[in-house]
Design a protein around this ligand. Structure first.
Ligand code: MG
Length: 330
């Protein structure tokens, strides 16, 4: 570890994992935490429990705001464990001088998203700090969900299984970047920020055997695939051309020198199913987003690694994102 914390330690990638392991896991060590899932599974598999803080800048952006993000982020982590989001807490840290009207707009947007999930806020906290002590507004939400589909885990992937993305990738990261830099886009690019429970519910009700789900937030699809490859000790072989990316996102990636697979999403998940359920899974996913597609197959070629196969027959490792990426993305 470096002597001080850097921006890279919050990137959702390599340095972020190092910070979590070397500082937090070292002292908080226990069996539940060690599973490193999207949400902790507690009470004999009955409940899922998770927390997330939101520091996004700007607070309002195309397709969402910090309030929508704060509910989606926590509810989605519950949904990824097969849980129905039920109870949330809401803690806010507000900078002195913040417009009350904006605050109410943000809270209204939280309420709208809570309704989509069928969840309620049952406890909260408000802190106001002097001007300059925090940038405008930070929100923390913690959530409890009731597990409806048991056994989902990042460590259950096996040779021959199929991996999907639920829609085109990278729009949240690209949208925030564009908003921050004041880039005028002629397009209608907007964040993918959305509550995933309704779509997960369709999958759970479809009769297919779901192996793993994970929302591709910070660190993007790259981080999810790498975490799964490590947790399950398998190789994930991605067909590079199959990854769906919007033209506008591609353009922004070129400007930034980023890969769309490394960019954050807030309403996009990765799904692993058994080969036999491939067709049905795609059908259910495409009911919500036409861009949902099969992107990878699980193999045993290089255990713990993710490989990108191009149509020219070249292969390269897709590693965990490193470096500063985009801070304050969520
Ligand atoms: Mg997650």
């Amino acid at each position: 570890m470096t002597k001080t914390i850097t921006i890279a330690h919050g990137n959702g990638g390599e340095e972020n994992n190092e910070l979590i392991k070397k500082v937090f896991y070292k002292h908080f060590e226990n069996d539940i935490l060690a599973k490193s899932e999207d949400a902790a599974v507690i009470e004999d598999g009955k409940l899922a429990f998770t927390t997330d803080s939101f520091t996004v800048s700007p607070l309002f952006f195309s397709g969402g705001d910090i309030g929508k993000l704060a509910v989606c982020g926590t509810c989605n982590d519950l949904a990824m464990m097969g849980a129905k989001p039920k109870y949330l807490t809401c803690s806010v840290i507000i900078e002195e001088g913040f417009p009350t009207r904006d605050l109410e707009k943000i809270v209204k947007s939280m309420k709208k998203e809570l309704d989509i999930n069928g969840a309620i806020v049952v406890s909260g906290d408000t802190k106001v700090v002097p001007r300059g002590s925090v940038d405008k507004l930070f929100i923390n939400t913690t959530g409890i969900g009731e597990i409806e589909y048991k056994g989902l885990s990042a460590s259950h992937l096996k040779d021959g299984m199929s991996v999907f993305v639920s829609r085109d990738v990278g729009t949240h990261g690209a949208t925030i970047f564009a908003a921050r830099e004041g880039i005028e886009l002629e397009s209608t690019l907007q964040t993918d920020c959305a509550s995933l429970y309704p779509e997960v519910k369709k999958l759970m009700d479809s009769g297919i055997e779901i192996i793993a789900l994970r929302d591709a937030t910070r660190g993007g699809v790259s981080a999810v695939l790498n975490e799964w490859a490590k947790s399950s000790d398998v190789c994930i072989e991605v067909t590079e051309e199959s990854i769906p990316v919007q033209e506008e996102v591609r353009g922004i990636c070129e400007m930034l020198g980023f890969e769309a697979v490394d960019l954050a999403n807030e309403g996009t998940f990765v799904l692993c199913v058994a080969k036999k359920d491939e067709e049905k899974a795609l059908e259910v996913l495409q009911e919500t987003h036409k861009t949902a597609t099969l992107i990878a197959t699980v193999s045993e070629q290089y255990k713990g690694k993710v490989i990108l196969n191009s149509s020219w027959g070249t292969k390269r490792f897709l590693d965990l994102p490193t470096g500063e990426l985009l801070p304050r993305i969520c």
